[in-house]
Design a protein around this ligand. Structure first.
Ligand code: SF4
Ligand code: SF4
Length: 88
């Protein structure tokens, strides 16, 4: 279990792992996932998005939802139950 001052009210269950992947063959580098991700998980390298770090990922799935190319592969972390917030 961990918490952070950056996202008060959120606590994470389980360890970070690569449960989000970007298919470089589908990605056009539009930057949509970077803009929508509050946790700064992505970066653009050579016109293609890639996962920089999932350390602060809140599993909101916004990156998956916003991608116009269906390039984001999203799955829930193994062994964990996602995240909890005080908002429900
Ligand atoms: S939103 Fe999709 S197509 Fe756009 S940069 Fe991210 S992964 Fe690539
Ligand atoms: S699920 Fe949410 S927090 Fe995690 S990488 Fe996607 S947009 Fe960022």
């Amino acid at each position: 279990m961990r918490t952070t001052d950056t996202f008060p009210g959120v606590r994470w269950v389980g360890e970070p792992e690569l449960f989000i992947r970007i298919d470089p063959k589908k990605c056009t580098g539009c930057g949509g996932c970077l803009k929508v991700c509050l946790a700064g998980c992505f970066e653009i390298v050579e016109k293609t998005a890639r996962v920089r770090s999932l350390e602060w990922c809140m599993e909101c799935s916004a990156c998956w939802y916003v991608c116009p190319q269906d390039a984001v592969e999203f799955s829930w972390p193994k062994g964990g139950s996602g995240f909890h917030t005080r908002f429900g």
